[in-house]
Design a protein around this ligand. Structure first.
Ligand code: MRU
Length: 362
């Protein structure tokens, strides 16, 4: 597959205003851009995970609102678009954050000015996300450098799910420090856990392969063995929502890695921008955890013998399944939160030291 010159999963086109997304349900096998022509298209893309990853969900929702207002910019149209987008996925707080930010800017405007203002506001969120991820990369690199003292000279990292540029606007969150370390010439290797059932680890492997970062895909169940055998120096993941006390919701399977890191005494880092912080949510127990369709678990997607995309049913329809999409890692298992403003302990005091202006939301 050709290497993407400018790795971004969403692109904004003008004349007329419209959006295209990289269809993440087709990757890593097929690289396909899809147009988002309406509010309904944007909501569908988020719900079906054609776009995914907390920051990208927020950006897509912002563009979805702009698409909706281009059709109906009345108060009722604004309210209906907000409701439709807010209902798509519950766990990543970036979605509610982006909608609330746009609503505060757009609601006071006359209806005739709302659509143009919404496009501008969505562009601003996208630009901020890209800048924040670059800052996360720099702050994360400062934490990784002291770990790079292994006998074999290679820093051994592990990540879960995909928190790279595919999940954001540029660079990613958890992968930003890895890209920064690779660019700085730090020898490293990344263990990429497959991330059943949606296999977002394969997106990470695809990204790392495109960037020339050495990596190896592992079954999710192999992570504990590698960590306890001393083959991992640090785990770094993203977040869908960080509660006021530092508890972290991220892709299901994350907490098992955090537990293994604590047992082994190695760092477990969580990288996320301010838009993933929810100061109104006191702790992890208050974070809504999305349960997705059981067919995601029952079916496996891949290429057939002729190299064509296909799906096979692995688990019989009649077998009961449960498919929680996220889990909560308690704050005491998190070594540090890495944000665009620096890193801090995963605690209320740590978060407020970096975001004092958000104290009124606690
Ligand atoms: O269900 P997904 O693929 O949207 O879940 C994504 C994750 O859990 C990511 O780790 C998280 O959103 C951080 S992305 C920078």
């Amino acid at each position: 597959m050709t290497r993407l010159a400018s790795p971004r999963p969403i692109r904004r086109l003008t004349d007329p205003n419209r959006v295209e997304i990289l269809d993440q349900t087709a990757l890593p096998h097929v690289c396909r851009w899809l147009p988002l022509a309406s509010l309904a298209d944007a909501a569908h893309a988020i719900r079906t995970m054609q776009v995914r990853g907390a920051p990208l969900i927020g950006v897509t929702a912002a563009y979805g609102l702009a698409l909706g207002l281009a059709q109906d910019a009345s108060d009722a149209g604004l309210a209906a678009a907000m409701t439709q987008l807010a209902a798509t996925r519950p766990t990543a707080v970036n979605l509610a954050w982006a909608l609330a930010r746009l609503h505060a800017q757009l609601a006071p405007l006359p209806a005739a000015e709302r659509a143009a203002a919404a496009w501008q506001a969505a562009d601003a969120i996208a630009a901020e996300d890209a800048a924040q991820n670059r800052a996360i990369g720099a702050h994360g690199l400062a934490l990784l450098k002291p770990l790079a003292r292994r006998a074999d000279g290679r820093l051994q990292l592990m990540t879960h799910c995909n928190a790279g540029w595919l999940a954001t606007v540029e660079q990613g969150t958890a992968l930003a420090p890895i890209y920064a370390a690779h660019a700085a010439g730090l020898p490293l290797h990344v263990w990429v856990s497959e991330t059943r059932p949606r296999n977002q680890g394969l997106l990470t492997a695809w990204e790392l392969g495109q960037a020339g970062v050495p990596h190896t895909v592992i079954a999710d169940n192999a992570a504990g063995q590698l960590i306890l055998a001393g083959q991992v120096d640090a785990v770094i993941v993203g977040a869908d929502r960080i509660a006021a006390n530092g508890d972290v919701a991220n892709k299901v399977g994350t907490v098992l890695k955090a537990l293994a890191c604590a047992r082994q005494g190695i760092p477990f880092y969580v990288a996320a921008p301010g838009s993933s912080l929810d100061f109104a949510c006191p702790d992890g127990a208050a974070i809504p955890i999305e349960t997705r369709d059981g067919d995601e678990l029952r079916r496996v997607a891949g290429l057939d013998a002729d190299g064509q995309p296909t799906q096979v049913r692995q688990i019989p329809v009649a077998t009961p399944v449960c498919n929680p999409a996220f889990d909560v890692t308690p704050a005491d298992l998190v070594s540090a939160l890495i944000t665009e403003r620096g890193h801090c302990p995963a605690s209320a005091a740590g978060l407020l030291s970096l975001y004092p202006e958000r104290a009124q939301h606690v």
